[in-house]
Design a protein around this ligand. Structure first.
Ligand SMILES: Nc1ncnc2c1ncn2[C@@H]1O[C@H](COP(=O)(O)OP(=O)(O)OP(=O)(O)O)[C@@H](O)[C@H]1O
Ligand SMILES: O=C(O)c1ccc[n+]([C@@H]2O[C@H](COP(=O)([O-])O)[C@@H](O)[C@H]2O)c1
Length: 198
């Protein structure tokens, strides 16, 4: 009997900080698509975003947030590559590391809406199946994309964003239960977001 190919999810993000919206998205896609593992890939230089926190802080928060789930892993491929982070490179690196796996790239509705502007957008579909998940405040449409390579998935609505988490910390409001407990403590211990402007 032919062996089932390993199914690997890839959750790319700036994770500044990682929050429960990211974790629920990964968990829901893992369940729906019977993924064996989800690899969280913090961006190195997210060239379309404003100044972000040091990549080591974002990487370590992602490790802390995912540590309790045996099917969640974290990869350094994007933060260890010099220059702007492009998903085409992420997917090529992941393909090289997992030559036999089926790859599923997970995005929220807002990220998916901007995908036509990503580097080498036309080639992305050859490297992975894309799963776009719903996100409060963002319209999701996958029409016009290759139907066998792109899926949409409705997930529980969590109106949480990293921008809002940073703003709350700066203003002295709690982020308990918006981000995992260990991430609350990491933010406090490393004094993140108190002086950022966005
Ligand atoms: N609450 C959420 N529900 C569903 N998807 C989400 C949610 N938050 C983020 N995502 C998705 O997770 C991925 C990584 O997001 P990112 O790290 O940029 O977080 P963010 O909250 O959008 O950050 P920021 O507010 O700084 O832009 C993107 O594909 C994004 O669409
Ligand atoms: O490839 C690109 O050109 C590209 C442009 C913007 C974002 N992305 C990827 O989209 C994912 C979510 O990005 P962000 O900025 O919403 O955290 C992350 O994996 C990014 O590397 C990719």
């Amino acid at each position: 009997m032919p062996q089932r190919r390993r199914r690997l999810g890839i959750m790319g993000g700036t994770f500044d900080p990682i929050h429960h919206g990211h974790l629920v998205a990964a968990s829901e896609v893992a369940h729906h698509f019977a993924l064996d593992e989800v690899v969280f890939v913090p961006t190195g230089e997210p060239y379309q975003k404003r100044k972000v926190s040091p990549s080591e802080d974002r990487y370590l928060m992602t490790v802390v947030a995912t540590a309790s789930n045996p099917r969640f892993k974290v990869s350094r491929v994007d933060i260890d590559r010099d220059g702007p982070t492009y998903t085409i490179d992420t997917l090529r690196d992941m393909r090289a590391q997992h030559p036999d796996a089926e790859l599923f790239f997970i995005t929220g509705a807002d990220a998916f809406a901007s995908i036509v502007g990503w580097k080498d957008a036309d080639e992305l579909w050859q490297l992975a199946h894309f799963v776009a998940v719903t996100r409060p405040g963002h319209h999701l449409s996958i029409s016009g994309y290759p139907p066998d390579r792109v899926s949409e998935l409705e997930i529980p609505a969590l109106a949480i964003s990293s921008t809002d988490c940073r703003a709350r910390v700066r203003a002295g409001y709690p982020v308990w239960y918006l981000v995992p407990d260990g991430v609350v403590q990491y933010i406090s211990k490393h004094d993140l977001y108190r002086r950022l402007t966005a």
